[in-house]
Design a protein around this ligand. Structure first.
Ligand SMILES: O=C(O)C1=C[C@@H](OP(=O)(O)O)[C@@H](O)[C@H](O)C1
Ligand SMILES: C=C(OP(=O)(O)O)C(=O)O
Length: 443
Protein backbone atom coordinates (compact mmCIF):
# COMPACT_ATOMS: atom_id res chain seq x y z
CA UNK A 1 0.00 0.00 0.00
CA UNK A 2 1.19 3.51 -0.75
CA UNK A 3 1.87 5.60 2.30
CA UNK A 4 -0.11 8.59 1.07
CA UNK A 5 0.66 11.50 3.34
CA UNK A 6 -2.24 13.84 3.49
CA UNK A 7 -1.47 17.45 4.34
CA UNK A 8 -3.91 20.31 4.34
CA UNK A 9 -2.28 21.90 1.30
CA UNK A 10 -0.83 18.96 -0.60
CA UNK A 11 -0.42 15.19 -0.83
CA UNK A 12 2.87 13.40 -1.56
CA UNK A 13 2.47 10.25 -3.61
CA UNK A 14 5.43 7.91 -3.23
CA UNK A 15 6.57 6.26 -6.47
CA UNK A 16 4.26 3.37 -7.28
CA UNK A 17 5.89 0.24 -8.71
CA UNK A 18 2.76 -1.74 -9.47
CA UNK A 19 -1.01 -1.46 -9.31
CA UNK A 20 -3.50 -4.21 -8.73
CA UNK A 21 -6.90 -4.66 -7.17
CA UNK A 22 -10.59 -3.92 -7.35
CA UNK A 23 -12.29 -0.57 -6.84
CA UNK A 24 -15.94 -0.03 -6.10
CA UNK A 25 -16.81 3.21 -7.89
CA UNK A 26 -18.77 6.09 -6.38
CA UNK A 27 -22.06 6.89 -8.12
CA UNK A 28 -22.16 8.71 -11.43
CA UNK A 29 -22.36 12.50 -11.04
CA UNK A 30 -24.27 12.88 -14.31
CA UNK A 31 -26.85 10.25 -13.39
CA UNK A 32 -27.13 11.40 -9.74
CA UNK A 33 -27.95 15.04 -10.44
CA UNK A 34 -30.33 14.25 -13.30
CA UNK A 35 -32.10 11.64 -11.17
CA UNK A 36 -32.49 14.04 -8.24
CA UNK A 37 -34.09 16.72 -10.40
CA UNK A 38 -36.34 14.31 -12.28
CA UNK A 39 -37.45 12.71 -8.99
CA UNK A 40 -38.25 16.19 -7.61
CA UNK A 41 -40.30 17.04 -10.73
CA UNK A 42 -42.16 13.72 -10.67
CA UNK A 43 -45.41 12.61 -9.21
CA UNK A 44 -44.68 10.07 -6.49
CA UNK A 45 -41.80 9.04 -4.28
CA UNK A 46 -38.49 7.80 -5.68
CA UNK A 47 -35.99 5.67 -3.78
CA UNK A 48 -32.51 6.31 -5.16
CA UNK A 49 -29.80 3.71 -4.52
CA UNK A 50 -26.08 4.56 -4.60
CA UNK A 51 -26.42 8.29 -5.20
CA UNK A 52 -23.03 9.99 -5.42
CA UNK A 53 -22.04 11.74 -2.17
CA UNK A 54 -19.96 14.75 -3.22
CA UNK A 55 -19.93 18.54 -3.51
CA UNK A 56 -21.83 18.50 -6.82
CA UNK A 57 -24.68 16.35 -5.51
CA UNK A 58 -24.77 18.24 -2.22
CA UNK A 59 -25.50 21.51 -3.99
CA UNK A 60 -28.36 19.86 -5.88
CA UNK A 61 -29.76 18.27 -2.70
CA UNK A 62 -29.50 21.59 -0.80
CA UNK A 63 -31.16 23.50 -3.64
CA UNK A 64 -34.06 21.05 -3.81
CA UNK A 65 -34.53 21.33 -0.04
CA UNK A 66 -34.64 25.14 -0.32
CA UNK A 67 -37.22 24.84 -3.11
CA UNK A 68 -39.44 22.88 -0.75
CA UNK A 69 -38.80 19.39 -2.09
CA UNK A 70 -38.85 16.85 0.74
CA UNK A 71 -36.13 14.21 0.73
CA UNK A 72 -34.43 12.02 3.31
CA UNK A 73 -31.34 9.87 3.44
CA UNK A 74 -32.38 6.44 4.75
CA UNK A 75 -28.90 4.95 5.04
CA UNK A 76 -25.48 5.40 3.52
CA UNK A 77 -26.65 4.11 0.15
CA UNK A 78 -30.32 5.10 0.00
CA UNK A 79 -32.08 8.44 -0.55
CA UNK A 80 -35.82 8.99 -0.84
CA UNK A 81 -37.18 11.98 -2.79
CA UNK A 82 -40.83 13.02 -2.57
CA UNK A 83 -41.72 14.52 -5.95
CA UNK A 84 -43.83 17.66 -6.17
CA UNK A 85 -45.40 16.81 -9.56
CA UNK A 86 -43.87 19.59 -11.65
CA UNK A 87 -44.51 22.34 -9.11
CA UNK A 88 -42.20 23.92 -6.57
CA UNK A 89 -43.53 24.48 -3.06
CA UNK A 90 -41.22 27.50 -2.44
CA UNK A 91 -41.55 30.42 -4.87
CA UNK A 92 -38.60 32.49 -3.66
CA UNK A 93 -35.08 31.16 -2.98
CA UNK A 94 -31.40 31.98 -3.15
CA UNK A 95 -29.50 28.95 -4.41
CA UNK A 96 -25.76 28.23 -4.14
CA UNK A 97 -24.63 26.08 -7.06
CA UNK A 98 -20.93 25.64 -6.17
CA UNK A 99 -19.19 24.73 -9.42
CA UNK A 100 -21.72 22.10 -10.51
CA UNK A 101 -22.67 22.47 -14.16
CA UNK A 102 -25.08 19.54 -13.80
CA UNK A 103 -26.94 21.49 -11.10
CA UNK A 104 -27.04 25.08 -12.34
CA UNK A 105 -27.89 24.43 -15.99
CA UNK A 106 -30.85 22.04 -15.56
CA UNK A 107 -32.17 24.01 -12.56
CA UNK A 108 -32.05 27.30 -14.50
CA UNK A 109 -34.31 25.85 -17.19
CA UNK A 110 -36.72 24.17 -14.76
CA UNK A 111 -37.03 27.27 -12.55
CA UNK A 112 -37.46 29.62 -15.50
CA UNK A 113 -40.29 27.49 -16.87
CA UNK A 114 -42.03 26.91 -13.54
CA UNK A 115 -41.54 30.57 -12.56
CA UNK A 116 -40.85 32.26 -9.24
CA UNK A 117 -38.26 34.57 -7.77
CA UNK A 118 -34.95 32.72 -7.69
CA UNK A 119 -31.29 33.68 -7.61
CA UNK A 120 -28.56 31.23 -8.62
CA UNK A 121 -24.88 31.78 -7.94
CA UNK A 122 -21.75 29.74 -7.31
CA UNK A 123 -18.02 29.82 -6.67
CA UNK A 124 -15.87 32.35 -8.51
CA UNK A 125 -15.13 29.96 -11.38
CA UNK A 126 -18.86 29.24 -11.83
CA UNK A 127 -19.25 32.94 -12.59
CA UNK A 128 -16.75 32.53 -15.45
CA UNK A 129 -18.45 29.47 -16.96
CA UNK A 130 -20.80 30.36 -19.84
CA UNK A 131 -24.57 30.01 -19.56
CA UNK A 132 -25.58 32.60 -22.18
CA UNK A 133 -26.73 30.11 -24.83
CA UNK A 134 -29.22 28.61 -22.38
CA UNK A 135 -30.45 31.96 -21.04
CA UNK A 136 -30.85 33.33 -24.60
CA UNK A 137 -32.81 30.23 -25.64
CA UNK A 138 -35.18 30.55 -22.67
CA UNK A 139 -35.60 34.34 -22.79
CA UNK A 140 -36.38 34.13 -26.53
CA UNK A 141 -39.51 32.10 -25.70
CA UNK A 142 -40.85 34.12 -22.78
CA UNK A 143 -38.65 33.36 -19.76
CA UNK A 144 -37.46 36.18 -17.55
CA UNK A 145 -33.81 35.62 -16.63
CA UNK A 146 -31.40 38.44 -15.85
CA UNK A 147 -27.66 38.48 -15.30
CA UNK A 148 -26.76 40.16 -12.03
CA UNK A 149 -23.02 40.09 -12.79
CA UNK A 150 -21.40 39.75 -16.21
CA UNK A 151 -23.74 39.19 -19.19
CA UNK A 152 -23.58 35.57 -20.34
CA UNK A 153 -22.51 34.17 -16.93
CA UNK A 154 -24.01 33.41 -13.53
CA UNK A 155 -25.17 34.79 -11.10
CA UNK A 156 -28.72 34.80 -12.46
CA UNK A 157 -32.01 36.23 -11.29
CA UNK A 158 -35.05 34.32 -12.51
CA UNK A 159 -38.55 35.84 -12.36
CA UNK A 160 -41.89 34.49 -13.46
CA UNK A 161 -42.29 34.50 -17.24
CA UNK A 162 -44.60 32.68 -19.61
CA UNK A 163 -42.81 29.82 -21.35
CA UNK A 164 -44.99 27.65 -23.59
CA UNK A 165 -43.25 27.66 -26.97
CA UNK A 166 -43.74 25.43 -30.03
CA UNK A 167 -40.08 25.67 -30.88
CA UNK A 168 -36.99 26.61 -28.95
CA UNK A 169 -33.51 26.93 -30.45
CA UNK A 170 -30.24 26.39 -28.59
CA UNK A 171 -26.60 26.38 -29.57
CA UNK A 172 -24.84 23.09 -28.92
CA UNK A 173 -21.16 23.87 -29.41
CA UNK A 174 -20.20 25.25 -25.97
CA UNK A 175 -21.85 22.72 -23.66
CA UNK A 176 -24.34 19.89 -24.16
CA UNK A 177 -25.71 20.72 -20.71
CA UNK A 178 -27.81 23.54 -22.25
CA UNK A 179 -29.67 21.03 -24.42
CA UNK A 180 -29.93 18.63 -21.48
CA UNK A 181 -31.47 21.43 -19.40
CA UNK A 182 -34.08 22.25 -22.05
CA UNK A 183 -34.89 18.59 -22.62
CA UNK A 184 -35.53 17.97 -18.92
CA UNK A 185 -37.72 21.10 -18.70
CA UNK A 186 -39.56 20.32 -21.96
CA UNK A 187 -42.44 18.31 -20.46
CA UNK A 188 -43.16 21.31 -18.23
CA UNK A 189 -43.43 23.52 -21.35
CA UNK A 190 -45.39 21.05 -23.50
CA UNK A 191 -48.70 21.67 -21.79
CA UNK A 192 -51.04 22.23 -24.76
CA UNK A 193 -48.92 21.43 -27.80
CA UNK A 194 -45.66 19.69 -28.72
CA UNK A 195 -42.35 21.43 -28.07
CA UNK A 196 -39.48 21.03 -30.48
CA UNK A 197 -35.95 21.88 -29.38
CA UNK A 198 -33.67 22.67 -32.30
CA UNK A 199 -29.91 22.44 -31.98
CA UNK A 200 -28.20 25.32 -33.76
CA UNK A 201 -24.80 24.41 -35.18
CA UNK A 202 -22.64 21.58 -33.92
CA UNK A 203 -23.58 19.58 -30.81
CA UNK A 204 -20.67 18.55 -28.59
CA UNK A 205 -20.46 15.85 -25.90
CA UNK A 206 -23.35 13.88 -27.47
CA UNK A 207 -23.29 10.82 -25.17
CA UNK A 208 -24.46 13.05 -22.29
CA UNK A 209 -27.67 13.70 -24.23
CA UNK A 210 -28.18 9.94 -24.36
CA UNK A 211 -27.96 9.82 -20.56
CA UNK A 212 -30.59 12.58 -20.37
CA UNK A 213 -33.00 10.85 -22.77
CA UNK A 214 -32.51 7.50 -21.06
CA UNK A 215 -33.33 8.88 -17.61
CA UNK A 216 -36.30 10.92 -18.87
CA UNK A 217 -37.64 7.65 -20.29
CA UNK A 218 -37.22 5.96 -16.90
CA UNK A 219 -39.35 8.77 -15.45
CA UNK A 220 -42.10 8.23 -18.04
CA UNK A 221 -41.32 10.81 -20.74
CA UNK A 222 -40.33 9.86 -24.28
CA UNK A 223 -38.62 12.27 -26.64
CA UNK A 224 -38.86 12.12 -30.45
CA UNK A 225 -35.52 12.65 -32.14
CA UNK A 226 -34.45 13.80 -35.59
CA UNK A 227 -30.81 12.74 -35.41
CA UNK A 228 -28.97 15.29 -33.29
CA UNK A 229 -30.72 18.24 -34.98
CA UNK A 230 -34.04 18.38 -33.12
CA UNK A 231 -35.94 16.80 -30.26
CA UNK A 232 -39.72 16.84 -29.75
CA UNK A 233 -41.75 16.26 -26.62
CA UNK A 234 -45.46 15.57 -27.12
CA UNK A 235 -47.92 17.33 -24.81
CA UNK A 236 -49.53 15.73 -21.81
CA UNK A 237 -46.47 13.78 -20.67
CA UNK A 238 -45.62 14.24 -17.01
CA UNK A 239 -42.76 12.82 -15.01
CA UNK A 240 -43.77 9.79 -12.95
CA UNK A 241 -41.56 8.15 -10.37
CA UNK A 242 -40.21 4.75 -11.43
CA UNK A 243 -40.46 3.73 -7.74
CA UNK A 244 -36.81 3.01 -7.25
CA UNK A 245 -33.75 3.67 -9.33
CA UNK A 246 -30.12 2.63 -9.08
CA UNK A 247 -27.25 5.00 -9.90
CA UNK A 248 -24.43 3.35 -11.84
CA UNK A 249 -20.82 3.85 -10.78
CA UNK A 250 -19.15 6.89 -12.34
CA UNK A 251 -17.49 6.01 -15.65
CA UNK A 252 -15.35 9.17 -15.62
CA UNK A 253 -14.04 8.27 -12.14
CA UNK A 254 -13.32 4.78 -13.49
CA UNK A 255 -10.87 6.23 -16.01
CA UNK A 256 -8.09 6.85 -13.43
CA UNK A 257 -8.06 3.26 -12.20
CA UNK A 258 -8.32 1.74 -15.65
CA UNK A 259 -5.49 3.96 -16.87
CA UNK A 260 -3.43 2.87 -13.84
CA UNK A 261 -3.95 -0.78 -14.77
CA UNK A 262 -3.00 -0.05 -18.38
CA UNK A 263 0.17 1.83 -17.37
CA UNK A 264 1.51 -0.10 -14.40
CA UNK A 265 0.66 -3.78 -14.54
CA UNK A 266 -2.76 -4.46 -13.24
CA UNK A 267 -5.14 -6.04 -13.48
CA UNK A 268 -7.25 -3.27 -12.00
CA UNK A 269 -10.97 -3.87 -11.94
CA UNK A 270 -13.64 -1.21 -11.43
CA UNK A 271 -17.04 -2.30 -10.23
CA UNK A 272 -20.25 -0.37 -10.85
CA UNK A 273 -20.04 0.14 -14.61
CA UNK A 274 -19.80 -2.41 -17.38
CA UNK A 275 -21.13 -3.47 -20.77
CA UNK A 276 -24.63 -2.23 -19.98
CA UNK A 277 -23.65 1.27 -18.85
CA UNK A 278 -25.62 4.29 -20.13
CA UNK A 279 -22.57 6.56 -19.70
CA UNK A 280 -20.55 7.54 -22.76
CA UNK A 281 -17.36 7.63 -20.70
CA UNK A 282 -17.21 3.83 -20.66
CA UNK A 283 -15.78 4.31 -24.15
CA UNK A 284 -12.61 5.51 -22.43
CA UNK A 285 -11.74 1.81 -22.26
CA UNK A 286 -11.76 1.68 -26.08
CA UNK A 287 -9.11 4.40 -26.16
CA UNK A 288 -6.95 2.44 -23.71
CA UNK A 289 -7.39 -0.63 -25.91
CA UNK A 290 -6.20 1.38 -28.92
CA UNK A 291 -3.15 2.28 -26.83
CA UNK A 292 -2.46 -1.43 -26.42
CA UNK A 293 -3.95 -2.23 -23.00
CA UNK A 294 -5.94 -5.41 -22.42
CA UNK A 295 -9.52 -4.62 -21.45
CA UNK A 296 -12.15 -7.09 -20.30
CA UNK A 297 -15.74 -6.29 -19.40
CA UNK A 298 -18.62 -7.86 -17.55
CA UNK A 299 -22.16 -6.60 -17.02
CA UNK A 300 -21.07 -4.52 -14.02
CA UNK A 301 -17.29 -4.31 -14.20
CA UNK A 302 -14.38 -3.35 -16.43
CA UNK A 303 -10.80 -4.50 -16.00
CA UNK A 304 -7.56 -3.15 -17.46
CA UNK A 305 -4.10 -4.60 -17.53
CA UNK A 306 -0.89 -3.58 -19.14
CA UNK A 307 0.50 -5.31 -22.17
CA UNK A 308 3.91 -3.66 -22.11
CA UNK A 309 4.52 -0.06 -23.17
CA UNK A 310 1.46 1.91 -24.26
CA UNK A 311 1.18 3.02 -27.88
CA UNK A 312 0.73 6.70 -28.66
CA UNK A 313 -2.78 7.70 -29.78
CA UNK A 314 -4.11 10.31 -32.21
CA UNK A 315 -7.90 10.59 -31.90
CA UNK A 316 -10.99 12.78 -31.61
CA UNK A 317 -12.16 12.92 -27.99
CA UNK A 318 -15.22 15.14 -28.34
CA UNK A 319 -17.49 12.32 -27.14
CA UNK A 320 -15.62 11.83 -23.82
CA UNK A 321 -14.28 15.26 -22.79
CA UNK A 322 -13.87 14.40 -19.09
CA UNK A 323 -12.20 10.99 -19.43
CA UNK A 324 -10.02 12.37 -22.23
CA UNK A 325 -8.02 14.26 -19.60
CA UNK A 326 -6.91 10.89 -18.27
CA UNK A 327 -5.60 9.98 -21.74
CA UNK A 328 -3.49 13.16 -21.76
CA UNK A 329 -1.68 11.94 -18.63
CA UNK A 330 -1.56 8.29 -19.76
CA UNK A 331 0.21 9.67 -22.85
CA UNK A 332 3.23 10.24 -20.57
CA UNK A 333 3.76 6.47 -20.70
CA UNK A 334 3.31 6.03 -24.46
CA UNK A 335 5.94 5.17 -27.05
CA UNK A 336 5.61 8.45 -29.00
CA UNK A 337 3.58 11.62 -29.48
CA UNK A 338 -0.16 11.49 -28.74
CA UNK A 339 -2.69 14.01 -30.06
CA UNK A 340 -6.08 14.60 -28.44
CA UNK A 341 -8.36 16.48 -30.85
CA UNK A 342 -11.68 18.35 -30.76
CA UNK A 343 -11.60 19.18 -27.05
CA UNK A 344 -12.19 22.97 -27.10
CA UNK A 345 -14.81 22.58 -24.33
CA UNK A 346 -11.93 21.89 -21.91
CA UNK A 347 -11.40 25.66 -21.82
CA UNK A 348 -14.76 26.41 -20.14
CA UNK A 349 -14.89 23.72 -17.48
CA UNK A 350 -13.55 23.77 -13.88
CA UNK A 351 -10.52 25.64 -15.20
CA UNK A 352 -9.06 26.21 -18.65
CA UNK A 353 -8.10 22.54 -18.81
CA UNK A 354 -6.09 22.84 -22.04
CA UNK A 355 -3.82 25.47 -20.48
CA UNK A 356 -3.68 23.72 -17.09
CA UNK A 357 -2.90 20.31 -18.59
CA UNK A 358 -0.14 21.73 -20.82
CA UNK A 359 1.49 23.57 -17.90
CA UNK A 360 1.47 20.59 -15.53
CA UNK A 361 2.53 18.00 -18.13
CA UNK A 362 5.55 20.18 -18.88
CA UNK A 363 6.48 20.12 -15.18
CA UNK A 364 7.02 16.34 -15.32
CA UNK A 365 9.15 16.71 -18.44
CA UNK A 366 6.73 16.27 -21.36
CA UNK A 367 6.95 18.34 -24.52
CA UNK A 368 3.47 19.78 -25.05
CA UNK A 369 1.81 21.77 -27.80
CA UNK A 370 -1.47 23.37 -26.82
CA UNK A 371 -3.80 24.39 -29.66
CA UNK A 372 -7.22 26.07 -29.59
CA UNK A 373 -8.95 22.67 -29.48
CA UNK A 374 -6.19 20.08 -29.24
CA UNK A 375 -3.22 19.02 -27.17
CA UNK A 376 -0.12 17.18 -28.38
CA UNK A 377 1.91 15.32 -25.75
CA UNK A 378 5.39 13.88 -26.24
CA UNK A 379 6.63 11.99 -23.18
CA UNK A 380 10.09 12.52 -21.71
CA UNK A 381 12.59 9.63 -21.38
CA UNK A 382 12.01 9.65 -17.63
CA UNK A 383 9.35 11.54 -15.70
CA UNK A 384 10.61 14.21 -13.34
CA UNK A 385 9.10 14.43 -9.89
CA UNK A 386 7.16 17.68 -9.64
CA UNK A 387 4.73 19.74 -7.61
CA UNK A 388 1.47 19.70 -9.52
CA UNK A 389 -1.01 22.57 -9.26
CA UNK A 390 -4.64 21.53 -9.56
CA UNK A 391 -6.57 24.79 -10.23
CA UNK A 392 -9.50 23.72 -8.03
CA UNK A 393 -10.19 21.08 -10.68
CA UNK A 394 -10.89 17.60 -9.32
CA UNK A 395 -9.83 15.98 -12.59
CA UNK A 396 -6.42 17.69 -12.60
CA UNK A 397 -5.78 16.22 -9.14
CA UNK A 398 -7.03 12.73 -10.01
CA UNK A 399 -5.26 12.63 -13.39
CA UNK A 400 -1.88 13.60 -11.98
CA UNK A 401 -1.97 10.87 -9.34
CA UNK A 402 -1.09 8.71 -12.36
CA UNK A 403 2.22 10.53 -12.72
CA UNK A 404 3.35 8.68 -9.57
CA UNK A 405 3.27 5.38 -11.49
CA UNK A 406 6.27 3.60 -12.85
CA UNK A 407 8.19 6.44 -14.52
CA UNK A 408 8.44 8.60 -11.42
CA UNK A 409 9.56 5.52 -9.52
CA UNK A 410 12.78 5.45 -11.53
CA UNK A 411 13.82 8.71 -9.92
CA UNK A 412 12.66 7.56 -6.49
CA UNK A 413 10.96 10.81 -5.55
CA UNK A 414 7.39 11.56 -4.58
CA UNK A 415 4.94 13.39 -6.83
CA UNK A 416 3.35 16.27 -4.94
CA UNK A 417 -0.27 17.20 -5.70
CA UNK A 418 -1.35 20.59 -4.38
CA UNK A 419 -4.84 21.15 -2.93
CA UNK A 420 -5.89 17.47 -3.15
CA UNK A 421 -9.20 18.12 -1.43
CA UNK A 422 -10.59 19.58 -4.70
CA UNK A 423 -11.45 15.96 -5.59
CA UNK A 424 -14.52 16.41 -3.34
CA UNK A 425 -16.42 17.76 -6.38
CA UNK A 426 -17.04 14.19 -7.54
CA UNK A 427 -14.84 11.74 -5.56
CA UNK A 428 -14.08 12.76 -1.96
CA UNK A 429 -12.18 9.51 -1.15
CA UNK A 430 -10.15 9.47 -4.33
CA UNK A 431 -6.66 9.40 -2.82
CA UNK A 432 -7.52 6.72 -0.27
CA UNK A 433 -8.99 4.60 -3.06
CA UNK A 434 -5.94 5.16 -5.25
CA UNK A 435 -3.68 4.07 -2.37
CA UNK A 436 -5.67 0.86 -2.18
CA UNK A 437 -4.47 -0.32 -5.61
CA UNK A 438 -0.92 1.04 -5.43
CA UNK A 439 2.14 -0.94 -4.33
CA UNK A 440 5.39 0.84 -3.56
CA UNK A 441 7.80 -2.07 -3.55
CA UNK A 442 8.21 -5.08 -5.76
CA UNK A 443 8.03 -7.67 -2.97
O1 LIG B 1 -24.31 16.51 -18.84
C1 LIG B 1 -23.41 16.11 -18.09
O2 LIG B 1 -23.62 15.37 -17.11
C2 LIG B 1 -22.02 16.53 -18.39
C3 LIG B 1 -21.68 16.98 -19.64
C4 LIG B 1 -20.30 17.34 -20.03
O3 LIG B 1 -20.24 18.73 -20.18
P1 LIG B 1 -20.29 19.50 -21.61
O4 LIG B 1 -21.53 19.14 -22.30
O5 LIG B 1 -20.24 20.92 -21.17
O6 LIG B 1 -19.07 19.06 -22.37
C5 LIG B 1 -19.26 16.88 -19.00
O7 LIG B 1 -18.04 17.52 -19.22
C6 LIG B 1 -19.75 17.16 -17.59
O8 LIG B 1 -18.79 16.74 -16.64
C7 LIG B 1 -21.02 16.41 -17.30
C1 LIG C 1 -16.93 19.41 -16.46
C2 LIG C 1 -17.22 18.83 -15.31
O1 LIG C 1 -18.20 19.21 -14.45
P1 LIG C 1 -19.57 20.04 -14.61
O2 LIG C 1 -20.66 19.05 -14.41
O3 LIG C 1 -19.50 21.07 -13.54
O4 LIG C 1 -19.60 20.63 -16.00
C3 LIG C 1 -16.45 17.65 -14.84
O5 LIG C 1 -16.87 17.00 -13.86
O6 LIG C 1 -15.40 17.33 -15.41
Amino acid sequence: MTQAKIYPQHIDLEPVMRVQGTVRLPGSKSISNRTLLLAALSEGTTTIHDLLASDDTNVMLDALRKLGIQWEQKDERTHVVHGAGGKLPVAQADLFMGNAGTAIRPLTAALAVIGGDYTLHGVERMHERPIGDLVDALNAVGASIEYTGNPGYPPLHIRKGHVQPDRIAVRGNVSSQFLTALLMAAPLMAVAHPVTIEVVGELISKPYIEITLNLMRRFGVTVGQDGWASFTVQPGQTYRSPGSIHVEGDASSASYFLAAGAIAGGPVRVEGVGKESIQGDVRFADALELMGATITKGDNWIEAKSNGVLKAIDADFNHIPDAAMTIAVAALYADGTSILRNIASWRVKETDRLAAMATELRKVGATVEEGPDYIRVTPPETLSPATIDTYDDHRMAMCFSLASLDGAARRGNAMRINDPKCVAKTFPDYFETFSGIAQNDLS
